[in-house]
Design a protein around this ligand. Structure first.
Ligand code: GDP
Ligand code: IMO
Ligand code: MG
Length: 435
């Protein structure tokens, strides 16, 4: 068992934290990739987001969707950290833990939680719902898990943290924050709510959470680095949903990019190692906001059906479209991506042609950057590739892949300047090709 309380030591770390993150609008397949890569790491850590995430894992006949728990949880001997940058709904977390433990047994020695992580209160969920309802057509399309209001309270310096659970006046702090929220909710006279039942579950879940270790994750993570323990940070959402650089305001409320690892785990920028950027061979988005390559036709519907593009958290149909090289290059640049992983390549198996947006047209001019207004007003300019018309599902070595597919990969590598190291050809953890 690794030490969790390293004591008074210096922090001249030897190793670095590698990062897996999504380069599009989320749902790229981060859960699967983390599960695949976990044997090479001892520690897996979530650094931002919360139960808005839905990370699917598949092994054989079994499937799991994780929301707050890191995707290393099913690997023997792993340590899974819910970092300080995460927002936690105890009800959702404890439900998730119950499901995991039904399969994997007691995980209390494998899961630790940052004392500095923020709590999502039942009233945060109500604020999310009221705010979205009031926005009407301009709604963000939030997962309604209370993410935005919880991060507002964090930056507004009002939030409750996991460490507060152990404080004798926790209930008083809760009531004070809830009272503030109720005041805010009175600004939405049409919005009625009753949180009594959820509140009871919430307090029961808070009580149950106490069987997990609450840690100063910044100290623990830096000590692990010093001991040369391998750490993988697991991003949630995607780069184009980043609060600063995504398609604002149609974004989530955290820094989903590589920079978020530093503040979300407590490591210095110099301690970030590999940045593993993952993307689908096409694009999807769930919720509102700009999506330049979105297809409203039968091709979009085909992508949705073949790719089973329905939200892992909300079940909502995902919007589908072609790969957007302009957006991908932007995400690669902003994250400093060192290697790429291409997901869901098999979904394109039957297409005669595959398209990629190589630039945009805006006001009659051709541009090759991702504009400030989130590409709302642009029209994509496409390059066409010959489809490979071969099933990739059972291929496990790069050499056996069809040439047309290799050409597609080579083009992406050339344009981004980053090698594609893994190609995913199915949901199962075995369905990967290492290049
Ligand atoms: P995440 O949020 O990034 O972890 O991604 P999600 O789990 O929300 O969505 C990815 C979906 O694609 C899940 O249903 C996965 O089981 C599935 N998936 C992952 N990789 C592949 C792949 O290579 N091919 C296919 N067909 N499905 C995949
Ligand atoms: P994973 O980790 C895809 C989207 C929502 C909405 C916007 C804001 O599974 O990739 P929020 O609930 O954060 O207020 O929603 O962000 N969104 C996601 N889309 N995958 C996710 O997570 C997402 N998490 C949030 O649909 O448009
Ligand atoms: Mg998801």
């Amino acid at each position: 068992m690794l030490t969790l309380h390293p004591g008074n030591k210096t922090y001249d770390c030897m190793s670095k934290v590698d990062v897996v993150l999504g380069l599009q609008w989320g749902d790229e397949g981060k859960g699967k990739v983390v599960d695949v890569l976990t044997p090479g790491y001892k520690v897996i850590a979530r650094f931002q987001g919360g139960p808005n995430a839905g990370h699917s894992l598949k092994f054989g006949d079994e499937g799991f969707v994780l929301h707050t728990v890191p995707s290393g949880i099913f690997r023997e001997g792993s340590v899974n950290i819910i970092g300080n940058g995460v927002v936690i709904d105890p009800v959702i977390l404890m439900d998730e833990i119950k499901d995991i433990e039904a399969k994997a047994g007691d995980i209390s020695d494998k899961l630790v939680i940052a004392k500095r992580a923020q709590l999502i209160l039942p009233s945060h969920r109500m604020l999310d719902a009221a705010s979205e309802a009031a926005k009407g057509k301009a709604k963000i399309g939030s997962t309604l898990k209370g993410i935005g209001p919880a991060y507002m309270d964090k930056t507004g310096r009002n939030g409750l943290r996991v460490g507060d659970i152990l404080s004798p006046d926790f209930k008083d702090k809760y009531e004070a924050l809830k009272a503030k929220h109720c005041g805010m909710l009175s600004l939405y006279p049409d919005f009625t709510f009753d949180i009594t039942e959820y509140e009871q579950k919430w307090f029961a879940a808070v009580e149950n959470l106490k069987r997990f270790r609450f840690i100063e994750n910044e100290v623990v993570v830096n000590q692990y680095l010093k001991e040369d323990v391998k750490i993988l940070a697991e991003g949630a959402q995607g780069s184009l949903l980043d609060i600063d650089f995504g398609t604002y305001p149609f974004v989530t409320s955290s820094n989903t990019m590589a920079a978020g690892v530093c503040t979300g785990l407590g490591i210095a920028p110099s301690k970030v190692g590999k940045v593993i950027g993952i993307f689908k061979a096409y694009c999807t988005r769930v919720g509102s906001g700009p999506f330049p390559t979105e297809l409203f036709d039968e091709t979009g519907e085909r992508l949705r059906q073949i790719g089973h593009e329905f939200g892992a958290t909300t079940g909502r149909p995902r919007r589908c479209g072609w790969l957007d090289m302009v957006a991908l290059k932007y995400a690669v640049m902003m994250n400093g991506v060192t290697e790429l992983i291409m997901m869901k390549s098999d979904v394109l198996d039957d297409f005669d042609t595959v398209k990629v947006a190589v630039s945009y047209k805006q006001d009659g001019k051709q541009i090759d950057w991702f504009p400030y207004d989130g590409a709302e007003s642009v029209e994509p300019v496409y390059k066409e590739f010959k489809g490979w018309k071969t099933s990739l599902c059972d291929i496990r070595d790069y050499a056996s892949l069809p040439q047309a597919f290799k050409d597609y990969v080579a083009y992406i590598e050339k344009e981004t300047g980053v090698p594609v190291k893994i190609i995913s050809v199915g949901p199962d953890r075995e369905a990967v090709i290492f290049k």
